[in-house]
Design a protein. Structure first.
Length: 224
């Protein structure tokens, strides 16, 4: 009898396909309006068509791709209105997370945030946008981790790619070095247990990003 081989979990393949496609869309490797052919895409990422199709269905649900039945699947155009809506939701989730998490945080959490801010500053110095975005996500992710609220975490995870996509495709840069100082003030407030200040700084950070995106003018066909 031949040796029975371990099967690869189909859900892992689907998740891997999802991550690859989401990251390609956010990075602009798959451009707004670009038509996606699942067979070509599956071959390009080295997976079968089934997990790629399942990943595309998930991305469609999240608004990163759109499909016309029996016709085409494409990367959704960038619409400023949708980015604004996503930013408002993400800002509210981070405000709530900080408000509840600050009293629960320890020095270990503060150190994680400081380390992330150091990586953020270093990435800006090098002009490495992706590393800066990753560090920014890590810093703001600490209160989310402390809180352990899976609904808040899932809501942010669902909306954030749309925001990051516009940042990467439109600007290729972040707000600049003032974000480093805002991060430092946020960490100080968390360390001091000053909930109201921490929430206010969180609001300022995400509101500044919204204002920065809007100051660049609209995109897409939503008239923004």
């Amino acid at each position: 009898m031949p040796t029975e081989l371990a099967r690869v979990d189909r859900s892992l393949l689907r998740d891997r396909a999802y991550e690859l496609l989401r990251d390609a869309i956010v990075a602009g490797e798959l451009a707004p309006g670009e038509v996606i052919r699942d067979a070509e895409l599956a071959e390009g990422v080295g997976l079968s068509r089934t997990p790629v199709r399942e990943a595309l269905a998930r991305l469609a649900d999240e608004g990163l791709v759109e499909t016309k039945p029996h016709s085409w699947t494409r990367v959704t155009p960038l619409l400023m209105r949708e980015v604004r809506d996503a930013l408002v939701v993400v800002r509210a989730m981070h405000e709530l997370a900080v408000r509840v998490a600050v009293p629960l945080m320890s020095e270990r959490h503060h150190e994680r945030m400081r380390a992330a801010n150091e990586r953020f500053a270093a990435a800006l110095d090098k002009g490495d946008v992706q590393a800066a975005l990753d560090a920014d996500d890590a810093l703001h992710g600490v209160p989310i981790d402390v809180l352990g609220n899976r609904v808040i975490a899932a809501t942010i995870e669902r909306q954030l790619p749309l925001i990051r996509r516009l940042e990467r495709l439109r600007f290729g840069s972040l707000l600049g070095r003032r974000s480093i100082d805002w991060h430092a003030h946020l960490i100080d407030a968390c360390e001091e247990g000053d909930v109201e200040s921490a929430v206010a700084i969180t609001t300022r950070i995400w509101s500044a990003l919204l204002a920065n995106l809007e100051s660049e003018g609209g995109t897409g066909d939503d008239g923004a």
